[in-house]
Design a binder for this molecule. Structure first.
Ligand code: TYD
Length: 212
């Protein structure tokens, strides 16, 4: 049986995660590998309900940062137990649009919760599951926000409606995490053409999966 492999994609708003996740999953399928694509918050029916509260519900307006972190972590714990662990155990490749690093960047660096608190809750939620590879798609936040706002026709969700300095904090946090975790996290410049970015992603994936 193939060995499971866990890849996460991270980055700021409008950095192109969905496009590249789709291309990467098609690449794996063309190689005959079973691949599950999922996302956070979400990925399970309970997680998708929590996503709705976090991103779209009117009750979410004015949500306290601690509540926000706990809801992201609640969705994550369910995702890990219900989807990620079983898929990896059965030898599948799991590609996830965002994971625990997003909580460090958004709730930690940008919402200013302490790193210790975020780390503690991340560890609790992931229950020992760690990505084999994390791709951070790096893009200047003003470019990313413009892309995201055009894509969403001006209807940004709650997490996509902050000011520029919030997303600058998010970007710097991802770059810092990459420096701290050079074996796991690869930063890929997302400002060039889609093909250029994808070939960098593929290079990182192939290097990491070599022999798997
Ligand atoms: P996503 O669906 O990737 O939206 P986008 O395409 O706008 O990047 O993510 C939803 C939002 O939730 C995004 O703004 C990032 C935020 N988020 C956190 O703040 N913390 C987290 O732990 C996760 C997983 C996401």
């Amino acid at each position: 049986m193939d060995k499971g492999f866990f890849i996460t994609f991270e980055g700021g708003e409008g950095c192109g995660k969905s496009t590249h996740i789709k291309r990467l999953s098609e690449y794996f399928k063309s190689k005959g590998r079973e691949c599950v694509v999922s996302r956070e918050p979400g990925g399970t029916s309970l997680g998708e309900k929590i996503r709705e509260i976090l991103l779209h519900a009117k009750e979410g307006i004015g949500m306290s940062p601690r509540t926000e972190l706990l809801l992201f972590e609640a969705a994550r714990a369910q995702h890990v137990d219900e989807l990620i662990i079983p898929a990896l155990r059965s030898g599948k490749i799991v590609i996830c649009d965002r994971f625990a690093d997003s909580s460090e960047a958004y709730q930690g660096a940008a919402r200013k919760l302490t790193r210790n608190d975020v780390k503690f809750l991340n560890d609790f939620a992931v229950s020992g599951v760690k990505p084999d590879l994390t791709i951070v798609l790096d893009l200047s936040p003003d470019v990313g926000l413009n892309r995201a706002r055009t894509r969403d026709s001006g209807n940004a969700d709650r997490m996509g409606s902050e000011n520029l300095s919030f997303y600058e904090d998010v970007r710097n946090a991802f770059l810092k995490l990459a420096k701290e975790n050079p074996d796991r996290i690869r930063v890929v410049d997302s400002s060039g053409s889609q093909n250029e970015t994808f070939s960098e992603i593929l290079k990182a994936v192939e290097e990491k999966m070599n022999g798997i």
